[in-house]
Ligand binder design. Sequence first.
Ligand code: SF4
Ligand code: SF4
Length: 238
Amino acid sequence: MWPADHQPALVGCLVPEMPGRGARPCPTWFAGTGFGPGVWYGRCMLGEGLAKGLLTTAKNFVGSYVSRERLVTVQYPEERRPLPEAARSFPFLVYDGDDPVAGLRCVACKICETECPPQCIYIVKDTVKKPDHTGKLQNQPLIFDIDISVCMSCQICVEVCPFDAIKMDVAYEWSTHDRFEGLLLHKEQLSKPNSYYHKIHPTEAAEVDARLAAARAKAAVARAGGAGKPAAPAAVKG
Ligand code: SF4
Ligand code: SF4
């Protein structure tokens, strides 16, 4: 008799019947003897996975002659698969307008540098402020470097940036013979226009634009409200 909790039909993976030897008992009976379920069950599963894998390979191989969908490889670098919108490689800095200096959203607050787990961001804040693309004076980074040989693409810098100034790029072809300087990206290489952000992550970029526009509108209303208020009475000197 099979134990109630190890019925062959329920277990689903029995030691296969050996020709001429009849059915083998459920391997779980041998638990603790060295012939435990892990050993036998694992062997059965391995065979099943192998068969499934070979079947999938065969289906793709034969199917690739009739359907391009079944082609699992492309002739890289002549051909490239389109990247999904959620693809990400390394961070880049977003700037608004046409000027990568005036339009840079980054205000060198260094939050991303502090939070980056492998510490691969290096920022030096400029001592002079510069007008941003709206004309408002802002802090700016004098140096903004990311060592992408260390970056692990975790996106934490993006999550913590309060200014939507740093986003994840999709560029991945960075192979170089220069392991050090070749993979250390400077501010000039990192700065890319908002239009580029829209091109690689359209949905996310549209959300960010809407959020920034709402924040700007709210600030404008607050400024207008403040301007309309009567001036505080001047202190009377005694
Ligand atoms: S990218 Fe964002 S978090 Fe990092 S320094 Fe610039 S503004 Fe601050
Ligand atoms: S993606 Fe992660 S590891 Fe790379 S710079 Fe940003 S926080 Fe650092």
